[in-house]
Every structure is written in C-alpha cells, then in structure tokens.
Design a binder for this molecule. Structure first.
Ligand code: HEC
Ligand code: HEC
Ligand code: HEC
Ligand code: HEC
Ligand code: HEC
Length: 179
C-alpha cells in the first residue's frame, strides 16, 4: 500500500533531510554575492538609467508587497513614456516596435527558483528586507543579473539569522518551502 504520510514526515527522510541541511548550511557561505552573466534579453533594458531618472522598483514590479510574485511591467507601461520619445537608436526602435504594435516583450527570467519551492515576496518585504539584499544593486546594472548561490542553504542561513529559535522551527520546516 502506498503511504499517505508526506515524504518529509517519514523518519528516514527526516534524518536524510537533517544531513542535507547541515551540508547546505555549510556550503552557503561562499559565493553568495557574486553575480553570473545575464541571459540575452530581447531588449537590453537599462535598469541603471530608468532608476536614475527616478522610477521606483515598485512602479514596474508592482506585486512585491501584496503577494508572491513581483511581476514584470507590461509593454503598455513602457509605451506610456516611450511613445513620446524619439526612437533615435536601435534599442529605442525596438521599444517602439513592441509598443506601437502592443506586443508583449518576451523577457527571459533570471531570478527564478524551481517549481517545488514556495517563495513569496510579501513576508520578506514586510520584514523590511531591501530588494538589493537578494537581487544585487540594480542601480549598477542594465538587465537584471542572476545572483549566485541562492540555494536552500542561502534561504535557511538568513532564516536562522533573522529569527528566534522558536520562529526558526517554522522557518526551517520542509513544508514551509516545499509543497
Ligand atoms: C518613466 C518613463 C519611462 C518608462 C516607464 C520606461 N522608459 Fe525607457 N527610457 C525613458 C527615457 C526618458 C529614456 C531616454 C531616452 C533618450 O535617451 O532619448 C529611456 C531609454 C530607454 C532605452 C534606451 C537605452 C539606450 O540604449 O539608449 C531603452 C532600451 C528603454 N528605455 C527601454 C524601456 C522599456 C523596455 C521599458 C518598459 C519595461 C521602459 N523603457 C520604460 C523613460 C521611460
Ligand atoms: C528575501 C529575498 C528577496 C527579496 C528581499 C526580494 N526578492 Fe525578488 N525574488 C526573490 C526570489 C527567491 C525570487 C524567485 C522566486 C520564484 O522563482 O519563485 C524573486 C523573483 C523576483 C522577480 C521575478 C519573478 C517575479 O516574482 O515576478 C522580480 C521582478 C523580483 N523578484 C523583484 C523584486 C523587487 C522589486 C524587490 C524589492 C521590492 C524584491 N524582488 C525583493 C527573492 C527576493
Ligand atoms: C521602468 C521599469 C523598471 C524599473 C523601474 C525596475 N525594473 Fe526590474 N525589470 C524591468 C524589466 C523590463 C525587466 C526584464 C528584463 C531584465 O531581466 O532586466 C526587469 C527585471 C528585473 C528582475 C529579474 C526578473 C526576472 O524575471 O527574473 C529583477 C530581480 C528586477 N528587475 C529588480 C528590480 C529592482 C530591485 C528595481 C529597483 C531598484 C527594478 N527592478 C526597477 C523593469 C523595471
Ligand atoms: C535575507 C534574508 C532571507 C532570505 C535570503 C530568505 N528569507 Fe524567507 N524569510 C525571511 C524573513 C525575515 C521572513 C519573515 C519571518 C516572519 O514573518 O517572522 C521570511 C519568511 C519566509 C516565508 C514565510 C513563512 C511563514 O509562513 O510565515 C517563506 C515561505 C520563506 N521565507 C521562504 C524563503 C525561501 C524559499 C527563500 C529562498 C529562496 C527565502 N525565504 C530566503 C528572510 C529571508
Ligand atoms: C527556507 C526554505 C527551505 C526550507 C525550510 C527547506 N528547503 Fe529544500 N530547497 C529550498 C530551495 C530554495 C531549494 C532549491 C534550490 C536548491 O536546489 O538548493 C531546495 C531544494 C531542495 C531539494 C532538492 C535539492 C537539489 O539539489 O535539487 C531537496 C531534496 C530539498 N530541498 C529537501 C528539503 C528538506 C528535506 C527540507 C526539510 C529538512 C527542506 N528542503 C527545507 C528551500 C528550502
């Protein structure tokens, strides 16, 4: 008969889990703040320029304080400004061609966890963590750069640092981050 007990509640799995935890926590120290090469995007969108002229993160990524996903801006949002801007170079022409046809820009995800991981922005933003803590300094980037070492050990390491031992029971429970 197939057991109905969730995988992580079986004793054998728990022991293995505890070992996995120790190994991952140990390995989490190195490499966290180094970035990797970003994937090629359909338009080399310059974060640095747009943040420099005063656009807030939440203007384009509207979901961070209300739910799980930050979300990406629609083409309408770009076109709101860009239809007034003379498309005098190739990158601006690209924006104009998506904008005038109202076509979505097929951005390639860079900050992404596997499907079996539960992550929500809301509790993290409520805990007053800045975007920069997890995504690096976007004022210095054009397109977003993937951050290295954001594995299970990275999540657990911060959860341990930012909680009391009682709170860490929930924040390190397998079911908190895995379905
Ligand atoms: C708040 C207004 C505003 C919004 C919203 C906005 N832009 Fe811009 N963007 C500008 C301005 C102003 C410039 C500078 C244009 C110039 O140099 O003449 C610019 C420049 C650019 C450039 C040109 C960089 C270069 O190589 O010269 C690109 C590409 C670009 N924006 C893409 C986008 C995309 C894609 C979006 C939507 C996700 C967007 N922008 C949303 C105002 C905006
Ligand atoms: C505690 C770390 C953390 C903080 C703080 C954080 N993020 Fe994220 N962000 C993540 C993780 C992890 C993912 C990947 C989520 C996934 O794939 O399920 C992500 C994904 C994203 C994405 C792409 C997918 C999506 O959710 O739409 C955007 C855009 C984003 N974050 C923007 C922001 C902005 C803007 C802020 C600040 C207001 C912010 N993040 C703060 C960890 C963080
Ligand atoms: C004018 C709109 C705009 C503003 C303002 C903006 N972004 Fe973005 N952001 C984008 C677009 C367009 C993309 C998709 C292209 C890319 O990956 O760079 C993106 C991508 C991202 C991603 C990767 C998303 C993914 O799908 O994996 C993160 C993380 C992110 N932005 C964080 C920030 C943070 C933090 C700020 C504020 C400091 C910010 N952004 C401000 C438009 C914006
Ligand atoms: C830089 C610190 C930091 C990082 C990195 C981080 N978290 Fe968190 N996380 C927190 C804090 C602080 C809270 C809020 C705790 C509270 O509300 O008491 C939290 C809360 C959560 C919660 C909500 C728990 C609940 O039910 O109340 C989940 C789920 C979660 N984190 C998942 C993740 C995952 C998955 C990752 C890695 C991909 C991650 N976190 C990375 C600091 C972090
Ligand atoms: C704070 C959030 C968090 C908690 C708690 C958590 N995990 Fe994870 N786990 C992750 C993230 C994020 C990943 C995906 C990134 C990676 O592979 O490290 C992951 C990946 C995994 C993987 C796949 C590893 C691989 O290499 O593909 C396994 C197995 C796993 N977790 C088991 C567990 C077990 C067992 C527990 C309880 C002891 C647990 N996790 C608790 C966040 C968490």
């Amino acid at each position: 008969m197939k057991s109905s007990i969730p995988l992580w509640q079986r004793s054998g799995f728990r022991i293995v889990g505890a070992l996995v935890l120790l190994i991952l926590l140990g390995g989490a120290v190195g490499g966290i703040y180094f970035t990797q090469i970003p994937p090629e995007q359909p338009i080399p969108f310059p974060h640095n320029f747009h943040i420099g002229v005063g656009a807030q993160c939440s203007y384009c990524h509207t979901g961070t304080s209300t739910g799980p996903s930050a979300g990406l801006p629609t083409t309408d949002k770009c076109w709101g400004c860009h239809q007034q801007i003379e498309p005098r170079n190739d990158n601006l022409k690209l924006v104009a061609s998506y904008g005038s046809e109202g076509k979505q820009i097929p951005w390639v995800p860079v900050a992404i966890q596997p499907d079996f991981v539960v992550f929500s922005h809301q509790p993290h933003i409520n805990a007053e963590l800045t975007c920069e803590t997890c995504h690096g300094d976007l004022t210095q980037m054009t397109v977003a750069e993937p951050q290295k070492g954001q594995n299970m050990g990275w999540c657990l390491d911060c959860h341990q640092k930012m909680s009391t031992p009682e709170e860490f029971v929930l924040l390190s429970d397998c079911a908190t981050c895995h379905y």
